[in-house]
Write a protein that binds this ligand. Structure first.
Ligand SMILES: [Fe+2]
Length: 257
């Protein structure tokens, strides 16, 4: 079970989000542009990494520790991770079930991949976190079977949803994509958040501009207010994690906790 991002991806995302170029970062951090290029290519150079991290607003300890970050193995009754192919990567859809009520979060990239992975008879609805191709590719196939699809826009308008004893609270998680939503689920053994690509175990979704990056932090900070450490996070890519784990291990943590 590997993480979605390596330290080089985290650096690239922070640079993109801050719109800072290699030369400027090198100057500010007191390292050479060559050393930064090396880091971006995945060559571990701990002293340089520790120098550039604070300039990028990243927690240096957490970035360095990413190579040793072992995702916690979470098996929570009623939750199934469906890892689907997306080009040379993968993307998650999450199936959540309680007392016969079953809901699906996101649909993967391939048209038919998710349909083949779930049993539609039990599905009550399909909830979308954000409209990126790797999360909505299966919508048509599911819709043509009469399933109710709730887009991120509709979900945001509804605010609260209920499926049997599962209660959902919709939160704005715009930033990586706008609009984008997250779903807090009540009714399982632990509180659960399905955040789409807003946050990953040890990372977060890429933001395409500085304003989008700031928005991602703002919406995440607001969403996490008052949320307990044992809240389970089911991200759009990579393994599940918890709020408590990300408070310690996520290099971007100071931005949203
Ligand atoms: Fe995305």
């Amino acid at each position: 079970m590997s993480l979605e991002d390596e330290f080089s991806d985290v650096i690239a995302k922070a640079m993109k989000g801050l719109e800072i170029e290699v030369e400027d970062l090198a100057k500010e951090a007191g390292v050479s542009p060559c050393e930064i290029s090396g880091l971006l290519h995945g060559d571990m150079d701990e002293p340089s990494l520790r120098r550039i991290s604070p300039v990028l607003g990243l927690d240096a300890e957490a970035v360095v520790a990413l190579t040793k970050y072992v995702p916690v193995s979470l098996s929570l009754a009623g939750i199934r991770r469906i890892e689907l192919p997306y080009r040379q990567w993968s993307v998650n859809a999450w199936l959540v079930e309680k007392d016969g009520s079953q809901i699906l979060f996101d649909t993967g990239f391939g048209e038919r991949d998710v349909v083949e992975a779930v049993s539609e008879e039990k599905l009550e609805a399909v909830l979308i976190t954000h409209d990126h191709e790797d999360h909505v590719g299966g919508i048509d196939a599911l819709e043509s079977r009469g399933l109710r699809i709730i887009s991120e826009v509709e979900a945001m308008k509804l605010g609260l949803l209920a499926f049997g004893s599962l209660k959902l609270r919709v939160v704005d998680l715009s930033g990586h994509k706008s609009p984008a939503v997250g779903y807090f689920i009540e009714g399982l053994a632990k509180p659960v958040l399905v955040p789409g690509d807003a946050i990953f175990a040890g990372s977060m979704g890429r933001c395409l501009s500085q304003s989008a990056y700031e928005m991602a932090f703002d919406t995440l900070r607001e969403a996490f207010e008052g949320i307990p450490d044992d809240c389970v996070i089911l991200p759009g890519h990579g393994p599940a994690t918890t709020v408590g784990q990300e408070k310690v291990s996520n290099p971007f943590r100071s931005g949203f906790f």
